[in-house]
Ligand binder design. Structure first.
Ligand code: NAD
Length: 468
């Protein structure tokens, strides 16, 4: 039996079987989560389809309900945060921030004004472009920000008039199941269903006949499977996938001034952020200073169990990911890289890894070319700026990128040459509910957030009233 229940048609539901959820800070089982059956998946989809017929009709009621959902999250953030820390690993204050952030996102969508789009009003016709909800949305989330990234889908999908069936990652289902429980009395039954299970449940959702839209956040590899699974039914997809964000440091930057910011954007959530800085390009003249400033910061931060006071970085979220980061660092070291800080797992229980800065590493080595998604940052030397820009862009990824320099206009000009969804200047990871977020190339299809995010949950209809 599990203390955690799914939410289907407004009811708390246990599953015929359960699966283990491990606390990454200890490596031991923390709780059991329900393993949704095929019949329960069908029931969730049917309840969402039934709820859609009413939910789509009253925009003001939807806004009110979304606002109440945001308030419920604000009120319960402190209560749910320890569950999020236990399953995900992030420090308690970061877990609380994630849950409060999820409330901020829901509130933003509750209040977002969408302008009327009258495209013709003359003697011939009155023509308006309107946005119609699609129906049931299948939402699938990853393990790095389970609740926050779920609300990036939930808020705009519900505002637009859709209903939702959400599946969190099997690594981190618990706080999301709590979110479902929290909103049971806030949203009408069937409007928001939460089910939990393994990867196979995700595949069953994407091939299910009911949903018209799949909103997916996760890896490139799974994103391609989702797109393939959606194709036969021409389901709409939004795919928020992996990244390998470059940061380019210009020769007029001051390493002492920017190192902490670059470090913060690379190691946030222990490097487990889709658009974290994942490789840094530094000119020869600043290279040693930049490496040393980053390494000094890496050596100074406190890593530990997220429930302990003062801990800044928790464990890597799961064992396969710890093994992947370990393998990428070992591969770089065996190819001539030097660990200016860290370089190996931390002894003891749990999935801890030393914050790692790698020097003397270049493109062609796996940790530069691939997404590491963990606390290890390669610093790459360059001589010609054009070359650094070409290398920054020379990848299948295109989520974010940043340029750091003393002359803002010059840095902005370089940033404009980046082929990615967010091009930042003297910052990285500046994300907000009103800014469209998405990736070029393999980093995704479509965007989330802002009105653009809402439109992704709608079909576009022209209403043409002839006057002649
Ligand atoms: P993942 O692709 O392994 O899993 C994501 C979700 O998909 C999970 O819920 C999983 O159960 C489900 N899933 C697995 N196989 C499926 C299938 N065949 N069909 C449907 N669903 C399936 O990703 P992850 O390891 O949980 O997350 C890490 C990845 O997510 C990284 O690559 C990261 O960059 C990316 N990410 C992207 C964004 C973004 O907004 N672009 C945000 C966060 C994370």
């Amino acid at each position: 039996m599990s203390d955690f229940t799914m939410t289907i048609a407004g009811e708390g539901v246990s599953a015929p079987s359960t699966f283990d959820v491990v606390n990454p800070a200890t490596g031991t089982v923390y709780a059991q989560a329900p393993d949704c059956s095929k019949e329960q998946l069908d029931a969730a989809m049917e309840s969402a389809a039934e709820a859609f017929t009413q939910w789509r009709k009253d925009e003001q009621a939807r806004r009110k309900a979304l606002l109440a959902a945001a308030d419920a999250l604000f009120a319960s953030a402190a209560e749910i945060a320890p569950v999020l820390t236990a399953e995900q690993g992030k420090p308690l204050q970061d877990a609380t921030m994630e849950l409060m952030g999820a409330g901020v996102w829901l509130k933003y969508f509750a209040e977002l004004e969408l302008p009327r789009e009258i495209v013709q009003d003359d003697d011939n016709a009155f023509v308006e472009v309107v946005r119609k909800p699609m129906g049931v949305v299948a939402a699938i989330a990853p393990w790095n920000y389970p609740v926050l990234l779920a609300t990036w889908k939930l808020g705009p999908a519900l505002l637009a008039g859709n209903t939702v069936v959400l599946k969190p990652s099997p690594y981190t289902p618990l706080a999301t199941l709590k979110l479902g429980e929290l909103l049971r009395n806030v949203l009408p039954p069937g409007v928001f269903n939460v089910i939990s299970g393994g990867d196979a449940l995700g595949a069953q959702m994407t091939s299910h006949p009911v949903p018209r839209k799949i909103s997916f956040t996760g890896s490139v590899e799974t994103g391609k499977k989702v797109a393939a699974s959606a194709a036969p039914d021409l389901k709409r997809v939004t795919l928020e996938l992996g990244g390998n964000d470059p940061a380019i440091v210009l020769d007029d930057a001051d390493p002492a001034q920017i190192a902490d910011k670059v470090f913060g954007a690379a190691f946030m959530n222990n490097g487990q952020v889709c658009s974290a800085i994942k490789r840094v390009y530094v000119p020869e003249s600043l290279y040693d200073d930049m490496v040393e400033a980053l390494a000094a910061k890496a050596r100074s931060v406190k890593v530990g169990n997220g429930m302990e006071e003062g801990v800044e970085y928790g464990p890597i979220q799961n064992k396969p990911q710890l093994e992947r980061v370990s393998a990428l660092v070992a591969d770089a070291l065996s190819n001539g890289a030097k660990a200016a800080a860290g370089g190996k797992p931390i002894d003891g229980p749990g999935y801890f890894y030393q914050p790692t800065i790698l020097a003397d590493v270049s493109d062609g080595v796996r940790i530069v070319d691939e997404e590491q998604f963990g606390p290890a940052l390669p610093v790459v030397k360059y001589t010609k700026l054009e070359d650094a820009i070409a290398r920054a862009n020379g990848t299948h990824f295109g989520l974010g990128g940043s340029v750091w320099g003393g002359d803002l206009d010059r840095a902005a000009e370089v940033a404009s040459q980046l082929e990615c969804g967010s091009a930042w200047v003297n910052t990285h990871l500046a994300l907000a509910p009103h800014l469209p977020f998405g990736g070029f190339k393999w980093s995704g299809i479509g965007v989330e957030n802002g009105p653009w995010g809402v439109y992704g949950f709608t079909e576009t209809q022209v209403v043409y009233r002839s006057k002649i």
